[in-house]
Design a protein around this ligand. Sequence first.
Ligand SMILES: [Fe+2]
Length: 384
Amino acid sequence: MDTFRYYMPTEVFFGKGIAKKKKMLFSQLGRRAYIITYTIPGRHYALEDVKEILEEFSIPYVVETGIEENPSTETVERAVASVQDFAPDFIIGIGGGSPIDAAKAIGVLLANPGKRAEQLFDDSGLQSLPIIGIPTTAGTGAEVTHFSVLTRTSQNTKQAIAPRIFPRYALLDAGYLMEMPLRLSCATSIDALCHCLESYISTAASDLSRSICEIGFSYFSQCVDTMRQVLGNPDLAESVTPYPYEVREKHMMVSLIGGIANTQTGTCLPHGMSYALTQSKHIPHGLACGLLIGEYLKIFKDPVNIARVERAVHLCGFRDVDDFSDFIDRMLLLKDDITPTLEEIKSYAEEFFQQKHRFARHPESAGKEEVLRIYTNSLLKKKH
Ligand SMILES: [Fe+2]
């Protein structure tokens, strides 16, 4: 067996009503709290629970709701400036990836007064204020990863900050997923599944990280029948997904496991290749990964890798890669024509091919031809 390292320092608590059951954790992190989240038209149950807990312990708090998707360095600095005088002791990140990613970067800047957001990309030794991560989607796994990806405006790109900031605690309650609309449910669960799949295939994977991914595949497979029924009714795309709590809980497990696995290995080609689609066509992250994953799984030549891919899709509940790919296509729920031109596809492939580090964890030799084939087969066949 190869040597490996496995590191996951976030303390995870999972279950219905877990935030209130573990309310003492909040009181142990300090006397002043900073909550970073988002606004929604309906009730924000996770935020309501957190406020109630903080008020019970007489912990004053400030709430930030102005974090955009793919938060920018400017947004992070603005948030820090707005809360500096309040001087929070700890941060609670509630949301999908963006608020929790922002919480990590803001936590570093608050713990290191005088630092600018641009310096976060160079200084890996910086620490953060303690963070509690509370997911309200089941996709990124940001509550257990050390990643904080920011839009670096000066370079016109997205980039992870250098410090590895793990939340101190992750509190996962599938009850917070119950009102997610189907489109968001699908996009986020594709993202979570891609984290597991790309980690499973990565050269950085170990027997231990792969065994955890296999548990994630198994949880996904237990949701497939319910998802098939729901996806059979296209009118539901914008509605609250009628998944029972037990299915939400399994999706949340896939997301948690994807985060844990992703922390050990990073992601592989589909994630790297998806960024061009998000940047140029504004395709949400999970959907962009989902567009590419099926064709990616078909490019392997080595029998060991082919067998690994087949095992993964079987464990996810599918006959073969085609069966898997068809199902993911249905989950995309594409409403707009997102098809790039052939010229655009060639430019994505050319640009991606220049980023040699993106190929480091792909287990076979792959070049421009493979990249172009994945993009072309994925995007030109999905005309709507
Ligand atoms: Fe992702």
